[in-house]
Design a protein around this ligand. Structure first.
Ligand code: NOJ
Length: 813
């Protein structure tokens, strides 16, 4: 089934059937003011944090009714019929009610048509602002005049903290009230409080601090209001049939000891063909702030200045100019849509929001996970390496002087004297008392990619503090990261698994060993060796060589199982992922990482990837391992708690599919890399959306494997490491755009059927117009480049040889 389609030209996804298999969402705003909105205007808004800065209410896990949201009701006062500007919440029959939702880059436009009344609502957060706009245009396309009431409505939280608002009602209901201020409703929490009261309270989530929110309207007179949700909705009713709308108007009831909301009624008459515009404004701020914001839009509307329209254009311009840094045109539109717009945009959203706020994450983890964040950075480097660098420096400053990463980097991280997992204080504050084995090893590919994209080789000498004490160069940070794993090894000479490696559920422990981390370490050593060699540090080159040789031998001796690499060794000496095991005998990640790291090449690389294809692949992606755990389990394999075929228990965990695509491109299998890309490409499931369920324009965290009742159904939208690994695999692997220190390699690995494609890339201030000629029909291999008319053998273009604007022909064969 299909519910919408991609509008490539406008960089939008257009939903024309609103009864989507799940709420299909978009992100508005910035890290200062964020908002999530579904195709039915559902969702929530927050200041800085989805958990502790929550201003509107949303119940996670409410997919079946997908409420509440940012609602606009329209009532025809001639007969009392009413509907909503989004299909939800009133849900008029779809043969009478037409709707279209356009999710774009940081904006969503929802249109409706019902009984000759058309609405068009643009939802967005203007650039650098801390409030949101719902710009409504309402038009009478019929032949007779209409008398209507329009109601804008939002449900506030009663407390800035999501948990207090949701479960501590004996407290939170009695600290909130609303006032009507002419053109807006002002909600005040802790009106009697003060900073001093907060101190007395012992800092329990800033209880006592006054907090203000507003919901107002510009361009219209408010006829009536309700500030109390339960009055607006009424008892034993719901958002679909609010009492106030049904009765024909609000009752001017403020909230006092209840559930605050903003509901504003505007009465209008629309002559045939007439259109009216009004702008609802929602944000956090006191009455003065609210008045100022609303006045700005009022003034603009009365001067016939389209302020909201201009702000929307500014947003589009910002986002589209980021995306412009790489645009491609291949024979596959669905591939292009992801690389050009949606996977790229998702990478930015994941980069910005980490795992903090979605329809699955409420934001309670008030910080950045080390491994997730360092990987997320990789997804945007080719589009905005400056932004990437800022976050990369932050993450280096969250490395501990022993080389390990801080499990959780607080949003207000200040390096220098942070407690480490070795100290009880850290564990008390974050609940994280152990090191992960892999955290700091993610720095290697990320630092390398950043340097090669930007050409900023000096970065390697930049001095950055450690989280706990001292400071040193990026180079030394990296060396120390390697040392961290060398200092924590098991009996075979592989890195210890510690609390976990990439797999949250695998507890190999301090004497157990992780082969994923062993391959990561090998990869780190080879990247570090390259850095050392460029710096002319001979002894470090030897040091890296020595450890790579030693690791390589141990891998051959202990981790090669004849047909596959094993996943690890438990403290008790049990081999995870051995071919003789009854459960979980073949694992995906050690095979792909053997290839990515360079530890396995030639025949062995081909062999392990073939095993994966034959034994783990499904039509919706490769499973993380197989067969699922049922008997073997705690405490080592905590994934046994997940139903078989789900998430880390033999599910199709989507992030590793990016590594699989990349590994196939390394060995030159373009057809297979593309096949794997398609299996997981959300856009490729656009016509079978009822199977995948998630938005057909974003990657999810995991898809259900063959053991479940819903093979192919995907879960956990938007905020996932899948975004960056698939992006890297597509750009670096399939498209073959591989910047190097002093130039760029263009070495595609594509399906043989792609005879021709083109790309436009901005590379360190130079424009590359690349055309790829694959009339030879190969999967990989470049005979020569022709750059501005000059022929060069191979696939490497030196930076010095590039002009500001370059026409590059890549001839494969
Ligand atoms: C999700 C976590 O955010 C990520 O850090 C982890 O690597 C994967 N789960 C796999 O367990």
């Amino acid at each position: 089934m299909q519910f919408g389609q991609f509008d490539e030209f406008n960089r939008e996804y257009v939903i024309t059937r609103p009864d989507t298999p799940a709420p299909w969402c978009n992100y508005l705003g910035s890290v200062d003011y964020g908002a999530i909105i579904s195709n039915n205007a559902t969702g929530y808004s927050f200041v800085k944090s989805g958990a502790s800065g929550r201003i509107t209410r949303f119940r996670l896990n409410s997919r079946s009714n997908d409420q509440p949201g940012r609602y606009i009701y329209i009532r025809d006062n001639s007969d009392g019929d009413y509907w909503s500007g989004s299909w939800q919440p009133v849900c008029k029959p779809l043969d009478l009610y037409k709707s279209e939702c356009r999710h774009g880059t940081a904006y969503t436009i929802i249109k409706s048509q019902y009984r000759d009344i058309e609405t068009n609502t643009s939802y967005f957060v203007p650039l650098n602002k801390f409030y949101e706009v719902w710009g409504l245009r309402i038009k009478n396309s019929g032949a007779s005049a209409r008398t209507l009431s329009v109601f804008g409505m939002v449900e506030f939280t009663n407390h800035d903290h999501y948990e207090n608002d949701t479960v501590n009602l004996q407290y939170s209901q009695f600290i909130s009230k609303t006032y009507f201020k002419g053109n807006h409703i002002l909600q005040v929490i802790n009106e009697n409080g003060s900073e001093a009261a907060a101190d007395v309270d012992g800092g329990c989530d800033a209880m006592g601090d006054p907090s203000f929110r507003f919901f107002g309207v510009a361009g219209a007179e408010v006829a009536a209001f309700d500030g109390e949700r339960d009055v607006f909705i009424g008892n034993y009713r719901n958002y679909g049939n609010p009492a106030a709308v049904e009765a024909g108007g609000c009752s001017n009831t403020p909230a006092y000891n209840g559930n605050s909301c903003g509901a504003l009624q505007i009465d209008i008459t629309l002559n045939p063909g007439e259109e009216k515009e009004m702008i609802f404004l929602l944000g956090a701020g006191d009455g003065e702030i609210a008045r100022e914001i609303i006045n700005t839009y009022d003034t603009a509307l009365s001067n016939n200045t389209d302020l909201a329209g201009q702000q929307l254009e500014e947003l589009k311009h910002l986002w589209h100019s980021r995306l412009e840094n790489l645009q491609i045109d291949t024979p596959d539109d669905k591939f292009d849509n992801m690389v050009n717009v949606w996977n790229a945009y998702q990478c930015f959203i994941t980069f910005l929001w980490s795992r903090a706020a979605s329809f699955q994450y409420c934001g309670l983890r008030n910080g950045l996970g080390y491994r997730d964040t360092v990987q997320d950075i990789q997804g945007i480097i080719h589009l905005d390496y400056r932004l990437a660098k800022e976050r990369l420096c932050l993450m280096l400053s969250a490395q501990i002087s022993n080389g390990g990463g801080l499990p959780l980097v607080k949003f207000d991280h200040v390096p220098g004297k942070i407690e480490t997992p070795d100290e009880s204080e850290y564990a008390r504050k974050t609940g994280q008392s152990f090191y992960r084995a892999d955290d700091a090893l993610w720095l290697f590919p990320t630092v390398m990619t950043y340097i090669k994209e930007s050409g900023d080789w000096n970065f390697i000498d930049e001095v950055i503090p450690y989280a706990d004490r001292g400071q040193t160069s990026v180079y030394n940070h990296l060396k120390q990261a390697i040392q961290f794993n060398l200092d924590r090894q098991g009996p075979h000479g592989f890195p210890a698994g510690l609390f976990a490696d990439w797999n949250d559920c695998l507890r190999l422990g301090t004497k157990g060993e992780s082969m994923f981390v062993a391959f990561q370490l090998y990869h780190a050593l080879s990247i570090f060796r390259d850095f050392a060699s460029r710096k002319g540090y001979g002894s470090d080159v030897e040091w890296a060589d020595k450890h790579m040789e030693r690791l390589s031998k141990a891998i051959d001796d202990f981790a090669w199982d004849g047909t596959r690499y094993v996943r690890g060794f438990t403290e008790a000496g049990y081999t995870i992922g051995s071919k003789d095991n009854e459960e979980a005998s073949l694992w995906l990640n050690p095979q792909t990482w053997a290839v990515i790291s360079g530890a396995a090449g030639g025949e062995r690389a081909g062999l392990v990837l073939e095993q994966v294809y034959r034994k783990l692949n499904t039509k919706y992606g490769a499973m993380l391992f197989y067969p699922a755990f049922k008997k073997f389990g705690l405490p080592v394999a905590r994934m046994v708690l997940f139903n078989e075929g789900t998430k880390e228990n033999a599910g199709i965990f989507s992030q590793p599919q990016g590594w699989l695509i990349l590994a196939e491109t390394i060995v030159g299998n373009g057809n297979r890399a593309y096949e794997y890309f398609n299996e997981i490409n959300p856009a490729a499931m656009n016509e079978q959306a009822e199977i995948r369920v998630l938005e057909p324009y974003v990657h999810g965290q995991a898809t259900e494997g063959i053991d479940t009742l819903n093979h192919g159904r995907s879960h956990v939208h938007w905020l996932t490491g899948t975004a960056s690994t698939v992006m890297v695999a597509a750009v670096n692997g399939i498209l073959g755009l591989q910047p190097d220190y002093d130039g760029i390699n263009i070495n595609p690995c594509i399906p043989a059927a792609w005879k021709y494609f083109s790309m436009t890339k901005h590379f360190r201030g130079k424009l590359l117009n690349i055309k790829v000629d694959n009339s030879a029909g190969v999967e990989k291999g470049v005979k020569h480049l022709i750059i501005n008319g000059k022929k060069l053998v191979g696939c490497y273009a030196a930076f010095d040889g590039l002009s500001d604007k370059n026409d590059i022909l890549v001839v494969m064969g």
